[in-house]
Design a protein around this ligand. Structure first.
Ligand SMILES: Cc1cc2nc3c(=O)[nH]c(=O)nc-3n(C[C@H](O)[C@H](O)[C@H](O)COP(=O)(O)OP(=O)(O)OC[C@H]3O[C@@H](n4cnc5c(N)ncnc54)[C@H](O)[C@@H]3O)c2cc1C
Length: 304
């Protein structure tokens, strides 16, 4: 850690509460939260972590993330405040992983590019969106993707063409130790009225269906192939179940919300309650959509 402190050229926040970096507003301290200055800084930091066996976690803007109250025994690296370049030439868009998805989508809509408009309103960075294969109202971030540059722990940049990466519903095949640097998209020009309608549908659908007034990390579980996770949790009678300041939203049962002072353990208690009830009532094992850091497996299981 001392060595790391001497090489970081960006910002390093030691013993940094992750509650400041997650949309849940939940999470204990990471050993350090680091914003690399640029890709050269990033390469040196990754190499140092590799050499000194410092556990490292990559985070975007924490909008799909639950971090344990006990915190993270390792450092967190995020591009969200520094790797933010966005370049558009013709119909080709190149964006660094710290670009907010909303900005990317708006820049595309402005130019009448079609393909990403249904993602309007999905929080987070482009890096997080790629790892999650973020999607909404029929569109997914991988749909118009051409290629992605990642950096390895050795500080080497590799380019994947879209076909090299497996994408499916809220899944991508990036490895945990690959830091996403940037992505290239090739978009088609569309009819401005159709683009505008798709955007408005997505925005209003989001406002109607999601409890946007409260802190959350979006959908907690992936939808089952036959049933929406929210339907299953609702049918198990769990809407409005509250543990401390955490609640299974009355508005959308797959959103667990933080009323202000919820802890990670309040949320994991709700996760266990939901998993157990849905398993017992429907014989369906709910799979987490949110990513978690710092928990033991049993803390998240139906009978944990
Ligand atoms: C109110 C609300 C509504 C939402 N609605 C939707 C929705 O409609 N559709 C949808 O798909 N999602 C939705 N989400 C979830 C979330 O916004 C997306 O999953 C988003 O793409 C996550 O981006 P992020 O930058 O916050 O990633 P984070 O939550 O920070 O990280 C997510 C994952 O990506 C990895 N990661 C992040 N950046 C990098 C990087 N540069 N390199 C390598 N790995 C990285 C992390 O390790 C983690 O595994 C919603 C969330 C909220 C709070």
């Amino acid at each position: 850690m001392e060595k790391l402190k001497t090489i970081v050229k960006g910002t390093i926040l030691e013993n940094e509460p992750m509650s400041k970096h997650t949309t849940y507003g939940i999470g204990g301290p990471a050993m350090a939260y680091i914003t690399p200055k640029d890709r050269f800084d990033l390469a040196e930091i990754l190499k140092c972590c590799e050499q000194f066996e410092i556990p490292v976690y990559f985070v975007g803007s924490g909008s799909n993330l639950l971090v344990a109250d006990r915190g993270i025994n390792g450092i967190v690296l995020s591009p969200a405040k520094s790797l933010k370049q966005l370049e558009i030439k013709g119909n080709s868009v190149t964006a660094e992983s710290g670009v907010m998805l909303g900005r990317l989508v708006k820049e595309c809509i402005k130019r009448n590019f079609t393909g990403l408009e249904s993602l309007i309103g999905v929080p987070g960075t482009l890096g997080g969106a790629l790892v999650m294969n973020a999607g909404a109202f029929g569109g997914e971030i991988s749909n118009y993707l051409k290629s992605v540059d990642i950096m390895t722990m050795a500080g080497q940049i590799n380019t994947y063409s879209c076909n090299d990466i497996d994408f499916s519903y809220r899944f991508s095949s990036f490895k945990k130790d690959e830091f996403i640097l940037l992505a290239r998209f090739e978009l088609e020009t569309g009819d401005p009225d159709i683009i505008k309608n798709k955007k408005l549908n997505a925005s209003s659908g989001r406002k109607t269906n999601q409890p946007l007034k409260y802190r959350s990390a979006g959908s907690v579980f992936k939808n089952h192939k036959k049933y929406a996770a929210g339907y299953l949790i609702d049918s198990a009678g769990l809407k409005g179940t509250r543990i401390g300041d955490a609640e299974i939203s009355k508005h959308h049962a797959n959103f667990f919300i933080n009323h202000g002072n919820a802890s990670a353990s309040d949320i994991t208690t709700l996760i266990r309650i939901a998993r157990k009830a849905v398993l017992e009532k429907f014989d369906i094992e709910l799979e987490l959509e949110i990513k978690t850091i710092g928990f033991e497996k049993k803390e998240l299981e139906a009978y944990g």
